[in-house]
Design a protein around this ligand. Structure first.
Ligand code: GRF
Length: 187
């Protein structure tokens, strides 16, 4: 049985998809050993509803030490699923190739500092791109720079707004995140 920890900051719909993916065996032999949030958020309620151990560790200088302390030693993968804090290099090196993130653009486009949530979709629409998408990648010290595990495109039409694009991208995130987790755990 593989153990994954999921880090969140928001609504947690991707967390919900991971839970479903485990239940349907899309992510086989896996359990979420812990959900950690860096701020109060609805995702914590989802974890509670499913009886998954959860913790709220307020963001700030000691976040990553507190996190390392609270994670079970035998964790196989840490999934950042809508997690907004930047993890320091010191923490990342404790878990080599064991931290992955989902980002709502076709990295390397529209990644890096300040590119999160609606900022990404606003920038994509402003740049009149004809496509965007979602990327699951390894987490390294450079923001959104680690190797890409899976990526999926969506088309952008002239009717699309940042909000409609966000919705389209969420749909493809729900497809690629469980796949990427299963792929990484079984590689
Ligand atoms: C997703 O769009 C993800 O790509 C980004 O934050 C959002 C999280 O959504 N990093 P949710 O909390 O899983 O609903």
């Amino acid at each position: 049985m593989k153990n994954i920890a999921v880090l969140i900051s928001g609504s947690g719909t991707n967390l919900e998809r991971i839970i479903e993916g485990i239940a349907s065996n899309e992510i086989p032999n896996t359990k979420i050993c812990m959900v950690v949030a860096d701020r109060p958020c609805y995702g914590l309620e989802r974890a509670k509803k499913h009886g998954i151990p959860q913790a709220l560790i307020p963001r700030g200088k000691t976040f990553s030490e507190n996190l390392a302390h609270c994670l079970p030693k035998e964790v196989d993968l840490i999934v950042l699923a809508g997690f907004l804090s930047i993890l320091p290099q010191k923490f990342i090196t404790l878990y080599p190739n064991k931290i992955i993130n989902i980002h709502p653009s076709l990295l390397p486009k529209f990644g890096g500092k300040g590119m999160w949530g609606m900022h990404v979709h606003n920038a994509v629409i402003a740049a009149q791109e004809s496509e965007s998408g979602a990327t699951v990648h390894y987490v390294t010290a450079g923001i959104d720079e680690g190797d890409i595990i899976l990526q999926k495109k969506v088309d952008i039409t002239t009717e699309d707004t940042p909000e409609s694009l966000a919705q389209k991208i969420h749909e493809v995130e729900y497809q690629i995140l469980p796949k990427a987790i299963s792929q990484v755990l079984n590689s």
